[in-house]
Design a binder for this molecule. Sequence first.
Ligand code: PMP
Length: 311
Amino acid sequence: MELKQNIAHSDWTKLLRAPYVVRMKIYLDGKFVDSSEAKVSVFDHGLLYGDGVFEGIRLYGGNIFRLEEHLERLEYSAKAIMLQMPHTRAELRELTCETCRQNGLTDAYIRLVITRGVGDLGLAPWLCPKPSIFIIASKISLYPQEHYDNGLAIVTVPTRRIGPAALPATIKSLNYLNNILGKIEAKQFGALEAIMLNEQGYVAECTADNVFIVHKGTIITPSSSQGALKGITRDTVIDIAAEIGVPLRESDMTRYDIWCADECFLTGSGAEVIPVVKLDGRVIGEGKPGSITQRVLAAFRRRVLVEGTRI
Ligand code: PMP
């Protein structure tokens, strides 16, 4: 298949980091093991069916950002798929902190995964007696710095965000194929991220980020019922808007609203707050990161250093 190469080749290779080759300590089912020993069974339903839940969490300057909110979302995701949590909230809090300490990290991306565990080759989750849990604390750099400075050019992809009747997007499950199809299409169009619409044609979110626009001084984001994950960074931006005195509302949004917005930005634990300056070839606003986006980004960077759970 011929792929368009609008994106500098170096952008994609920068994204091809391989944290798994770095020696690190992983928490896996009750103990800390070397990354070379951190293995799960081929019969794990997390692998066979994407049956499980996860969180992507950030550690900034020795503080885990919004850990309680992440653990709460994890518990809700597990409840929604009727997965028994293998640890209490307090145990998970401590294990997450300990994983960072074991690896001597002060700034990291933490991946906390709970799978349905080992079963037979059928779907039945009730034949998987014990969930599996692992926690990885590593480095991540999602987008090259130049895109924070100059903004991203993104596209709308044909793959629709899966509807809530099929699988609520609020469940942060291991089943990311819908988003991965969107990500593949983004790359085919030469973009690093993409807008995904829901089946009604309204903007849901991006493949791994929430989306916001600024129009006539108001920040607007689609509600999670349009098919968006309730992002922890999204919630943080809602708090930041109140802090900096910019009105914010949730509203249905079409591609037109983004094309004709004054500003646009995306949010995610990995991406943080990243400006978008182009969608589907249309320049957004003045084609550079907008002033409200920059204020939100600055407030976000301040918050992550002071808010959080000390490890
Ligand atoms: N939407 C999707 C589909 C995601 O996977 C993510 C997480 N990368 C987000 C939104 C952003 O959520 P959060 O701010 O909690 O990382």
